[in-house]
Design a protein around this ligand. Structure first.
Ligand SMILES: Cc1ncc(COP(=O)(O)O)c(C=O)c1O
Length: 347
């Protein structure tokens, strides 16, 4: 089976496992783990902030960010198919006491005008005040789409002008940085906090980072502990993160090129691919344009030996490239999927 469901499906390579086995470790909770400290130092620099905190997951990173930036019973403004809205089990409300105000995005992006229109000032006995804006780059449910730097600068400047705090869900920020040829630090430093996931395109078995000012990261460490996320000899897994930063960042360009090759091949064979959104390692395929239900199309493709998945975008499926795939896998998927769905083209 050629597994194109997600870049989270990657397994640690032999070289990564060796780095893990040889890691220097200590008690992470007491900040005595040299490998975690090294990863946090590298993460802070990479993401353009004073400090970074190592976490088990990017979901925990987003939740901690909302907790330390937001105020209870106020609102967080966020694009309405963002991971924070659709995939974190209401954590914004459960952990941070925030009401989520979802805004309809354009390819995952929301505009300065939308923030101005959505924003509630203090002073009403009915409507909660807005305290935080959270953006996502790349945007998962929009198809791995990238924020152009000038647009990101403009929107974050508007939020700041309005006195709002800013969080970036940068689970795939390195994909965005590579695709737009902008340093991750430049993107990350526009925000108060930024999260980066190590277990997606970067190929680690687990782990994420949150970065921000030293003051905010002190609070992030407290919340991490409260959530039960403070660990012990975590250098064993943090070593995978250090390895990934050294070896798996630049190569994301290969995943992007393969996604483009796959998307182009499918489109040439008549499949309805949203080529405009193939900006990083995702390809969105419109099952509904073939008259197929999402699960029906996933099943037909699976029977042909390729695993793809559904998305939050109605009618669309996605294929995701990642470091466990070969050129041969891409060539085969480029043929097998059109063979599986060909009968439905122009049906
Ligand atoms: C945009 C985005 N943010 C956050 C996460 C959460 O990552 P994790 O699975 O490490 O909690 C994901 C996972 O798919 C994601 O796509």
């Amino acid at each position: 089976m050629i597994d194109l469901r997600s870049d989270t499906k990657t397994k640690p390579s032999q070289a990564m496992r060796e780095a893990m086995a040889n890691a220097d470790v200590g008690d992470e909770q007491d900040r005595e783990d040299p490998t975690v400290l090294e990863l946090e130092r590298r993460g802070a620099e990479l993401l353009g902030h004073d400090e970074a905190v190592y976490l088990p997951t990017a979901t925990m990173g987003n939740q901690i960010a909302l907790l330390i930036l937001g105020e209870r019973a106020t609102e967080v403004v966020v694009e309405d198919t963002a991971h924070i809205v659709v995939s974190e089990l209401g954590g914004a409300a459960a952990h941070a006491g925030l009401q989520v105000h979802g805004v309809r995005g354009d390819r995952g992006r929301i505009s300065s005008e939308q923030i101005r229109e959505t924003m509630h000032e203090d002073g009403s006995f009915h409507t909660p005040r807005t305290s935080v804006v959270a953006l996502e780059n790349t945007h998962n449910n929009a198809g791995g789409t990238v924020w152009p730097l000038d647009e990101l600068r403009e929107v974050t400047a508007t939020a700041r002008e309005l006195g709002l705090k800013l969080h970036l869900d940068g689970a795939r920020l390195m994909n965005a940085a590579i695709a737009s040829n902008v340093a991750a630090a430049e993107l990350g430093s526009l925000f108060d906090t930024v999260t980066l996931c190590l277990s997606k395109g970067l190929g680690c078995p687990l782990g994420a980072l949150i970065a921000g000012s030293s003051e905010l990261m002190h609070r992030a460490r407290m919340e991490k502990h409260r959530m039960g996320g403070a660990m012990r000899q975590a250098g064993i897994v943090a070593a995978a993160g250090v390895y990934a930063l050294d070896h798996n960042v630049e190569r994301l360009a290969e995943d992007h090129a393969r996604a483009r090759r796959l998307g182009d091949a499918w489109a040439e064979q008549g499949l309805p691919v949203d080529l405009e959104r193939v900006q990083t390692n995702f390809v969105h395929l419109e099952a509904s344009a073939l008259g197929l239900g999402e699960w029906e199309a996933v099943g037909l493709v699976r029977d042909a030996g390729v695993a793809i998945s559904r998305t939050m975008r109605p009618g669309f499926l996605r294929a995701v490239t990642h470091l466990d795939l070969t050129d041969d896998d891409i060539d085969r998927a480029a043929e097998l999927v059109p063979q599986a769905l060909g009968a439905y083209v122009d049906a």
